[in-house]
Design a binder for this molecule. Structure first.
Ligand SMILES: C[C@@](CO)(OP(=O)(O)O)[C@H](O)COP(=O)(O)OP(=O)(O)OC[C@H]1O[C@@H](n2ccc(N)nc2=O)[C@H](O)[C@@H]1O
Ligand SMILES: Nc1ncnc2c1ncn2[C@@H]1O[C@H](COP(=O)(O)OP(=O)(O)O)[C@@H](O)[C@H]1O
Length: 277
């Protein structure tokens, strides 16, 4: 008997940094969504705990106990399982790759072992794990542990582009010129894709300027997405992955193809926004 779980890409449509805690973690307000592009976790019964990393983005992903998949297993208990992680997301890319893998592992092993999900929803594994465990559009605040409902979003499709440079999350936060930026405004209801993108353009990702200073190629990525017809182009999380929003699957697929043609070395993928828990 095997259990499978999808680990969708986590995308921050907004990321307002509004303060900093005494422990150094930053207070955020972020509208988080998930896309049908991601990693895949398979777990099967076994005496011992083992991990195999496969897939087109396996290179460089740790296979030892520091892998967030094994750290999630350890958080759940001391059972055995043979875990396969099929990597499709670039690592350290601002789209929650490891965090989403950890959340998918918690879901799959909780079902395989018949144990409850952890009370902290995986927060001890990383600030992004609770939102990845929910894997549905929501407003994330606190340092990542407070999740609030948002009005239904219009149907939208997303192109994700990563230029192949790793941007260390702590360095991006350190590069902020201000940590007490203005908060988000309320997420609107009843908008179509264009109307929602127009609202989104009035919000921000405060980590974009420091990330662009570290990796100027992010400017080229944003430009390529805008040139491909994206309703909006913005960096996700601490980068370097950027996203473009589209009103239909066809325009997203055409944009992804156009960007891939222009920059064959970049990672480009596309999918629909949705809920994946
Ligand atoms: C920035 C965000 C936005 O969603 O995502 P990514 O860009 O990583 O995808 C997250 O807050 C990242 O979450 P996660 O990747 O789990 O962060 P953690 O491993 O807990 O922390 C990595 C480092 O980021 C910084 N950090 C993270 C979260 C936060 N609210 N304030 C911080 O200052 C800290 O320096 C911390 O040591
Ligand atoms: N399952 C995993 N997938 C990818 N990276 C992982 C995983 N487990 C641990 N890591 C380590 O965590 C670091 C950040 O991974 P990731 O969560 O993909 O970043 P981000 O949250 O910015 O998308 C990587 O550099 C990698 O060494």
């Amino acid at each position: 008997m095997e259990n499978r779980a999808f680990a969708p890409a986590k995308v921050n449509l907004t990321l307002h940094v509004t303060g900093q805690r005494a422990d150094g973690y930053h207070l955020l307000e972020s509208l988080v969504v998930f896309v049908g592009v991601g990693d895949r976790i398979t777990v099967a019964p076994s005496q011992a705990l083992g991990l195999t990393v496969t897939g087109p983005r396996a290179a460089g992903v740790p296979t030892g106990p520091e892998n967030l998949v094994l750290r999630a297993a350890a958080l759940l208990g001391s059972g055995g399982a043979e875990i396969t992680l099929e990597k499709h997301l670039p690592a350290a890319a601002g789209i929650g790759g490891g965090s989403s893998d950890a959340a998918a592992t918690l879901r799959a092993l909780s079902a395989l072992w018949g144990v409850d999900l952890p009370a902290d929803r995986g927060l001890s594994l990383g600030a992004d794990v609770p939102v990845c465990l929910r894997a549905a559009p929501c407003l994330m605040s606190g340092v990542g542990e407070v999740l609030s409902n948002v009005p239904a979003l219009p149907a939208m499709w997303m192109v994700l582009v990563n230029p192949g440079v790793e941007v260390p999350t702590p360095a991006v936060f350190r590069g902020l010129s201000r940590k007490d930026n203005p908060p988000m405004s309320a997420v609107p209801a009843g908008k179509d894709a264009q109307g929602f993108a127009d609202w989104l353009a009035t919000q921000r990702n405060d980590l974009e300027p420091p990330a662009r200073a570290i990796a100027p190629v992010i400017d080229d990525v944003l430009e390529a997405i805008s040139a491909s017809g994206g309703l909006i182009a913005r960096m996700s999380g601490s980068g370097a992955t950027c996203f473009g929003l589209f009103a239909d699957a066809g325009s997203a697929a055409a944009a992804a193809h156009q960007i891939k043609e222009k920059a064959p070395a970049w990672w480009v993928d596309h999918g629909a926004l949705g809920s994946f828990a």
